[in-house]
Write a protein that binds this ligand. Structure first.
Ligand code: AMP
Length: 402
């Protein structure tokens, strides 16, 4: 973005301001606004007039009883004050994104000023990747910047299709998008070895492509969370009532077999088990291969924490996606917390670490460890697809290889 000549130009920036709001429509977590601010401030400093567009929620999926858009709930007007604070100027607001108000306010916008357009998803064409909507948006500005990594895996009008209307020297990634892409490249390009991937979360089925890819590039794959029990079943273990995807047992078995010539796969040797899926249920530590009937593994056990922490400590590159247990329940959060600490410690000893994927990011953030990780990704689904080796439409559109 630094090479763009933006002075005196109107720059349309696709940001991700899909922030959580409370019942009074106040922003409860401004992370996404804070992370977009450097790009906006840079453009203002360079003399651009900045037009911002974003989606907020899923207004087309949550229509009012009469079938109309719930404008009161989903308007981006809710974020104006917080946004103005972050960018240091009073942000103007247009009540549409491709209508007359957006056009006249964009025309009148001066260098150093910021205009926020209304929720792009109020338009039915946004999620359909509608050409005419993209063209109308493009007509508002001279230059297009995409800084919305969280929606880069969608071929929507404002995230991908719009880029066709700007020549390569008039379109660019923003700083946030650039750093997300660089961190994924760091991991997937030529990672310093040993490269350890930690994959957790509920299901194998959500992470098949990731696991298959990692099996070829990682030295170690640590498996935790609910998905571990499908692997344990494949190894012939007794999993009791733990989460097992019967239709993925063969796949887990074949990943374990590939183990010999590619990555070493680590499975938790013990588990914190519970008699029910409840924070207050009876608890006991069992070997993961021998979980009694009626008990379920809800977290990795103390021996697994020790094994995994040792592998992490010996690593030079670390990728972490997905929690080690049901970390939302305090009695099953220790495994995730200890792994977060191990990753932070390895990072302070010189390893490169990337934490990506909603729940592991939430764990690291809630523990206050974000600044001890090399890169914490903001784009859950987008980062997962990037790591799986998919081409993201929003990225391809800027690069010109869609
Ligand atoms: P994911 O979105 O795939 O990363 O999965 C995250 C979810 O997996 C969280 O809500 C966890 O509570 C859940 N999870 C982690 N470990 C287990 C487990 N052992 N059994 C059931 N659910 C789990």
């Amino acid at each position: 973005m630094k090479t763009l000549n933006v002075a005196g130009q109107k720059v349309l920036v696709r940001v991700d301001f899909n922030v959580p709001l409370n019942q009074s429509y106040e922003v409860t977590d401004d992370t996404r606004i804070r992370l977009a601010a450097p790009t906006i401030k840079h453009l203002l400093k360079e003399g651009a007039a900045v037009i911002l567009m974003s989606h907020l929620g899923r207004p087309q999926k949550k229509l009012k009883a009469d079938g109309s858009i719930d404008r009161e709930k989903f308007t981006l007007a809710h974020i104006i004050d917080v946004l103005s604070d972050h960018v240091g100027v009073q942000v103007k607001f247009a009540h549409d994104c491709i209508g007359g108000e957006a056009r006249s306010m964009s025309d009148a916008l001066k260098p150093g000023e910021v205009l926020l357009l209304e929720n792009t998803r109020f338009e039915p064409g946004e999620e359909k990747g509608d050409e005419s909507m993209a063209k109308s948006l493009a007509a508002l500005a001279d230059i297009y910047v995409n800084d919305a990594f969280g929606t880069a895996h969608r071929a929507h009008a404002s995230t991908a299709i719009i880029a066709r209307y700007f020549s390569t020297d008039k379109r660019s990634f923003g700083f946030l998008m650039e750093s997300e892409l660089k961190s994924a490249e760091h991991i997937l390009g030529q990672p310093d070895k040993p490269f350890t991937a930690i994959v957790g979360g509920a299901k194998v089925s959500d992470k098949i492509l990731l696991l298959e890819r990692l099996a070829k590039v990682a030295d170690n794959i640590i498996i935790g969370g609910g998905m571990a029990y499908t692997f344990i079943k494949a190894m012939g273990g007794d999993t009791g009532n733990s989460l097992v995807e019967e239709d993925r047992v063969d796949l887990a078995g074949s990943l374990l077999k590939e183990d010999a010539d590619t990555a070493t796969i680590y499975i938790p040797v013990d588990s914190v088990c519970a008699a029910a899926f409840d924070n207050d249920a009876d608890r006991a530590i069992h070997r993961s291969m021998a979980i009694p009937a009626n008990w379920m593994g809800l977290d990795i056990g103390p021996d697994a924490i020790e094994d995994f922490s040792q592998v992490i400590a010996d690593s030079k590159t670390i990728l972490w996606n997905g929690p080690m247990g049901v970390f939302e329940m305090s009695n099953f959060a220790l495994g995730t917390r200890k792994i977060a600490e191990a990753v932070a410690k390895a990072t302070s000893n010189g390893a490169y670490s990337l934490v990506g994927g909603g729940d592991s990011v939430a764990a690291v953030t809630s523990m206050g460890l974000s600044d001890q990780i090399s890169f914490v990704s903001t784009g859950g689904g987008a980062m997962l697809e990037l790591l799986e080796g998919k081409t993201l439409p929003g990225v391809a559109a800027i690069k010109g290889d869609e």
